[in-house]
Design a protein around this ligand. Structure first.
Ligand SMILES: Nc1ncnc2c1ncn2[C@@H]1O[C@H](COP(=O)(O)OP(=O)(O)OP(=O)(O)O)[C@@H](O)[C@H]1O
Length: 314
């Protein structure tokens, strides 16, 4: 099998994208994307609104054709993998059938799956046993999401693809959801999920992809992404008159916020910033220097890229 391809895709890749592009009219939703997912990985796909996350997942699932480039799932075209029942998906929208009950819909999904779980187990895992007899079109948004979750886990899949899966779920549904996904990953399955909840990505994913304007800006563990952002937080309190202008002029700042006596800075060289702070003759109290959270790192990376593309286009 190996030797036959001249690309970098490997036979063991669960998913591979090779220079994949997809436009809608003038909008380049996915722009020359190359990436590979490996067995057992839990991968978070992050990106601002319109970054191309849903389009990437649609391409992966064969719901849309790529304009150029190659998408492979288990070494074949996406549709083959889906027909073989190797891929479970939970997408953002898409109506559930109207006039059926939750139980009927889940039973149907199990019946159609080549390696189904028992419908009762699927219902209980998704926390929808109580509403099994309800008509699907009478559900709340969060309940609908739970049903979608049940449909995506109706059988044993090797790859699970989730587009903003926990949107609208309450706290307990979220916990149940991620516990199930963790079980799936522990069994060697690959989980790919798009999310706007960066704390979920930080807690759950062992790999984080950051998309921006259809391109991959960062690919690594959450810790690597935080390090890539290259900035750290510097926070302290000040007594006496606060000269905000002098603080904002400190070197290496990427963000600054003064609220009451508390100053919160972000710096690409925290050591130098703190040194200069003392150089101003100030005595910061409760000084804290810490790495960025994934959310701040994400904002730092994407806004830096935004600034770079502004200068490219102006
Ligand atoms: N069917 C479509 N027709 C035209 N343009 C589209 C279509 N679907 C997406 N787009 C555009 O393609 C770009 C990428 O959209 P996509 O939905 O993939 O982004 P996303 O990262 O999933 O965004 P969000 O976080 O808002 O869900 C956007 O600029 C969007 O407006």
């Amino acid at each position: 099998m190996g030797g036959m391809t001249t690309t970098t895709a490997k036979a063991t890749d669960v998913v591979s994208f090779e220079r994949v592009s997809k436009s809608y009219g003038d909008v380049k939703a996915v722009d020359g994307l190359t990436l590979a997912l490996h067995p057992g990985e839990t991968v978070a796909l992050l990106g601002p609104n319109g970054a191309g996350k849903s389009t990437t997942l649609d391409l992966l699932l064969g719901l849309r054709p790529a304009d150029t480039g190659t998408v492979r799932v288990f070494g074949a075209g996406p549709r083959d993998a889906i027909v073989q029942g190797r891929v479970g998906a939970m997408l953002q929208s898409g109506g559930l059938m109207d006039e059926v009950t939750v139980a009927e819909l889940v039973e149907l999904a199990c019946a159609l799956h080549p390696k189904p779980y028992r419908a009762n187990d699927v219902l209980s895992r998704a926390g929808i046993t109580q509403i099994a007899d309800r008509k699907v079109n009478k559900l709340s948004g969060g309940q609908e999401q739970r049903v979608r979750f049940a449909l995506a886990t109706a059988g044993a899949n090797d790859l699970i693809v989730l587009d903003e899966p926990t949107t609208g779920m309450d706290v307990s549904a979220r916990h149940a959801f991620w516990a199930t996904m963790r079980e799936q990953a522990d069994q060697g399955r690959t989980v790919l999920f798009a999310t706007h909840y960066l704390e979920e990505a930080d807690a759950i994913a062992d790999r984080v992809l950051v998309l921006h304007r259809g391109r991959l800006l960062a690919d690594g563990t959450a810790a690597e992404i935080k390090a890539k952002a290259g900035a750290r937080k510097v926070a302290f309190d000040l007594d006496g008159d606060i000269d905000e202008q002098a603080l904002r002029a400190l070197p290496f700042l990427t963000a600054a916020d003064v609220s009451g006596r508390t100053v919160r800075l972000q710096s690409s060289d925290a050591d130098a910033t703190v040194h200069a702070l003392y150089g101003l003759g100030l005595y910061p109290r409760n000084l804290e220097v810490a790495g960025l959270g994934l959310e701040q790192a994400f904002v730092a990376i994407t806004t830096a890229e935004e600034a770079r593309s502004e200068t490219r286009t102006s």
